[in-house]
Design a binder for this molecule. Structure first.
Ligand code: FEO
Ligand code: CA
Ligand code: CA
Ligand code: CA
Length: 661
């Protein structure tokens, strides 16, 4: 549809103050309720979660590190409903796990083994706490709860079979011992941001998957005739790279060895050299069908995917999606489908067939931001001679571009950004907002119009390198499929007290100051823009937060020049903020990131995820709750034990009204 259902024009709540308490604080007149936490049973067979590190069967429980989340309504008969607001499914990502020195210490009784080789019993649990979940939830009109025995409940883990779709299907680079035809792969990993397709399925981005793979110090030599050495390095795996959890060390069995990039045999059909190429995609799930296979949509490229946000669809026009690759100096991408939108597909009976139609064939682009306030989308396909004739990397086909996407974007000279995280499309005008969370590698020498801010004044006791607090860039296109755009910087995140001329460039105050914007989602009900933080720079003053904004439009501010000694950087900034346009709505518990946000279609229930509370706890203190950084959600009355747990909360207004208005 076009435009929010019930557009609001003011922020009707009192700003929440910054705090460092171990609890969730929402505005006066609102309530937050915990409904679904790490370890909660998803089948009648799974025992209640003890939360003391002795629990098993995580393939039948909520996974860890709840992240992107989307609502899918159900009517009273349990059929898909776009209008339902009291019963539905929540599909979500379980990105990672709170860890120290290889081990996910809160899920092992004694913290686990922090050295190699890792015990198989510990790795088996860790393999199962990553992935996705689907859980049924309902409201009785006052309280929300999840249904532990719902037939819709589902877990997808690092070991669940997935289908490969799009240009990379059948590629030689995806041939594995598991599937010599390169049409199937196992699992999904480090799923971060999410999206909802115009045809009603869930899409999820595989983000920091490369860190789970080991590479032997001698691997460059072993692969010396293999162009993948260049790609492995470009995707963060230099020879000698250790893996995050040492899963490859747990034994000779296939489920462990697959994490070893250097387990090279006589041919790719017999070894594991291509396992890593089966991760890094957008994956699509039909949350209403608990049996349908996960589909890896390779046409959307392989990168450190954050979320996927769709442009407003128009009949007879392509379907367009925007994506960020979250690492320092990576790119912003756009996908334009070959197929033209048929509004009947909004209610497609076979939702994954609609996914095949729109997401398997199309063109990928990477963004170049120019210093005159315009930009262009650079085509990543064999039709672009810069790629077809590249001397930087040998691209033989669109399959190669789908698998080695970062190298294609390098080849065309896209703009290196300050860590692109979530994107959102303003339902009022179609403008695209993308958070750039921070970038410690940004220097005065590399500052450019789209990434213009570099901290040059050291602040005692704090890391003040590069773009410390992040910013939010926005794009205006005449049509979503256009190859050009106008842009400006909607918001510079900052501490309220920072220098107004150099750092606090959006005039933030105690009502709305923030650091490291990450999640960003526009409400389809109200048009409000919700912004979430994943911060380490301002956490001495405040835990991470959720804010609500009423943004204007690209070009509503003006040009601004930032000076660094002899160097001048001209940029374009949106209008300054005030408490009327931007306000803090929630502050979370200690050590937690606030991430993932979705709502019922009436805008009266807002679901968000509290990720990794207590993540700064030391493993040595795992059996001593008094030394935990956080005891949330136990200290809010939820569940057994005191170990902190990632969890979904639902926020409602005490008078039943629309959130934020
Ligand atoms: Fe998982 Fe870029 O955040
Ligand atoms: Ca994120
Ligand atoms: Ca982040
Ligand atoms: Ca995270």
């Amino acid at each position: 549809g076009q435009g929010p259902a019930n557009p609001v024009n003011q922020l009707g709540f009192k700003a929440v103050a910054k705090h460092t308490l171990d609890k969730v604080v929402v505005p006066e007149g609102y309530s937050a309720q915990i409904i679904y936490a790490l370890g909660d049973p998803l089948t009648p067979q799974a025992p209640a979660f003890r939360n003391d590190g002795t629990d098993t069967a995580f393939d039948q429980r909520a996974g860890d590190h709840h992240d992107g989340i989307e609502w899918f309504g159900l009517d009273a008969q349990g059929k898909p409903s776009t209008a339902a607001a009291l019963r539905g499914l929540l599909a979500m990502n379980h990105e990672a796990t709170t860890d120290e020195k290889l081990t996910s210490f809160f899920i092992h009784a004694d913290g686990g083994k922090a050295s190699l080789p890792r015990p198989a019993a510990e790795v088996d649990k860790e393999l199962m706490i990553h992935g996705l979940s689907v859980v049924e939830v309902q409201s009785d009109g006052k309280r929300w709860s999840y249904k532990p025995a719902s037939a819709f409940n589902r877990r997808i883990t690092t070991m669940t079979e997935a289908e490969i779709h799009g240009p990379a299907r059948g590629s030689e680079h995806l041939v594995t011992k598991y599937d010599a035809s390169a049409t199937k792969a196992r699992g999904t990993l480090n799923n971060c941001g999410s999206g909802k397709t115009p045809w009603g399925t869930y899409v999820s981005g595989e983000e920091n998957w490369f860190g789970y793979f080991f590479r032997d110090a001698k691997d460059d030599a072993a692969r010396k005739k293999d162009k993948q050495v260049q790609a492995l390095i470009r995707y963060g795996r230099k020879a000698g790279a250790a893996s995050r959890h040492g899963w490859e060390s747990a034994g000779p069995q296939d489920q462990y060895v697959r994490w070893n990039n250097s387990a090279i045999g006589a041919s790719a059909k017999e070894d594991y050299r291509n396992e890593m190429n089966t991760f890094g995609y957008v994956v699509e799930l039909d949350p209403y069908d608990s049996k349908a296979a996960l589909r890896k949509r390779t046409a959307l490229g392989r990168m450190g995917h954050e979320n996927i946000t769709f442009a407003r669809v128009s009949a007879g026009q392509p379907v367009v999606a925007y994506m960020g690759d979250d690492a320092r100096g990576e790119y912003i991408y756009k996908f334009v489908s070959d197929a033209k939108w048929d509004p009947a597909d909004a209610n497609a009976a076979n939702r994954l067939a609609a996914g095949d139609k729109y997401l398997n064939k199309g063109t990928l682009f990477a963004a170049r931001f120019k210093d005159d306030g315009t930009g262009e989308w650079l085509e990543l396909s064999m039709k672009n001679p810069v790629i077809a004739n590249s001397s930087y990397f040998e691209f033989k086909s669109d399959a190669d571009i789908a698998i080695f996407t970062r190298l294609a974007a390098d080849a065309v000279g896209a703009t290196k950004m300050d860590r692109p995280e979530w994107g959102g499309v303003n339902p009022r005008n179609g403008e695209v907002y993308i958070t750039l969370t921070n970038n410690s590698n940004r220097t005065v020498a590399t500052a450019d119009a789209a990434n213009p801010r570099v901290y040059t004044d050291a602040k005692a006791g704090k890391e003040q390198k590069g773009n410390v607090n992040g910013h939010i860039i926005r794009l205006a296109e005449k049509q979503p499929q256009e190859a050009t755009f106008r842009w400006d910087i909607y918001l510079f995140a900052s501490e309220a007290g920072a220098d107004r001329g150099k750092v606090n460039l959006s005039n933030l105050t105690d009502d709305n100051d923030l650091s490291s914007p990450d999640g960003l989602v526009f409400s389809q009900a109200t048009g409000l823009c919700w912004i979430q933080t994943d911060d380490g720079a301002y956490t001495d003053v405040t835990n991470c937060m959720l804010l609500a904004a009423m943004p204007g439009r690209v070009g509503d501010g003006g040009a601004k020049t930032l000076s660094y000694g002899d160097k001048q950087v001209k940029t374009y900034v949106g209008k300054e903020q005030s408490a009327a346009t931007f306000k803090r709505f929630l502050v979370g518990p200690k050590g937690a990131e606030i991430t993932g946000i979705t709502e019922t279609p009436d805008g009266r229930a807002l679901f968000i995820n509290i990720q990794h509370p207590g993540e700064n706890t030391k493993m040595a203190n795992v059996t001593d709750p008094s030394k935990y950084e956080s005891q949330w959600p136990a200290n809010a009355g939820y569940g057994n034990g005191k170990r902190p747990r990632s969890a979904t909360i639902v926020i409602t207004r005490n008078d039943g009204g629309v959130i934020g208005t």
